[in-house]
Design a protein around this ligand. Structure first.
Ligand code: SF4
Ligand code: SF4
Length: 182
């Protein structure tokens, strides 16, 4: 979700314009709990890395829907205006880097781009590769092997076939340098 105030921490945040999110509002509401922030599934990953965690529990809240509609949840950190994030600056990595995502596909962690976000077509691949490489160097590389293994099942559920590969991440035991994917 978009920027609401100056971030309090120096963490990677993709610069999605607020007005674009205001006209879209696709984020932070979920028909599938496996598309929600990883931190909302922390009970399923006991050694959850801090960069994917939130400063407070992040349960999903059921939203009212018509009887014939599928269930819908919102993130509990979604602001009262339905647009801002109450945790901005300290929000989880998977929120901060979206429309990039970390997935586990074909035996490896990868950073991919979600083409469903309108911002994904506003910038070139080099822009997203730059941010993916920064995320690898400044955040992912800080994770222990155990922490990376702990998020594998979550990253596996995150993947969708239409996500575009941006960067191949190194295996937990290897030196943390990514390989660009063209
Ligand atoms: S999908 Fe993209 S443009 Fe839409 S609310 Fe999310 S980050 Fe903003
Ligand atoms: S933590 Fe913030 S940005 Fe992430 S889903 Fe919740 S409200 Fe949206």
């Amino acid at each position: 979700m978009e920027k609401e105030a100056a971030p309090s921490l120096s963490r990677i945040i993709l610069p999605v314009p607020r007005e674009l999110c205001a006209s879209c509002r696709m984020c932070c509401r979920f028909t599938d709990p496996d598309r929600a922030p990883w931190a909302s599934r922390a009970d399923r990953a006991p050694d959850f890395p801090e960069i994917f965690s939130a400063p407070r529990p992040l349960p999903l809240l059921p939203l009212p829907v018509a009887p014939s509609d599928p269930p819908l949840w919102s993130c509990s950190a979604l602001g009262s205006d339905g647009l801002g994030c109450d945790l901005w600056g300290g929000h989880p990595a998977d929120c901060r880097i979206y429309p990039l995502l970390v997935v586990f596909r074909e035996g490896a962690f990868r950073i991919v781009l979600d083409p469903d976000c309108p911002f994904s077509s506003r910038e070139g691949l080099s822009f997203f590769r730059h941010h993916a490489e920064r995320f690898l160097a400044e955040e992912w590389s800080l994770l222990t092997s155990d922490q990376i293994r702990a998020v594998r099942s979550v990253a596996e559920r995150e993947d969708r076939p239409h996500f575009q590969e941006i960067l191949l991440l190194p295996p937990p035991s290897a030196p943390r340098r990514g390989s660009p994917l063209s």
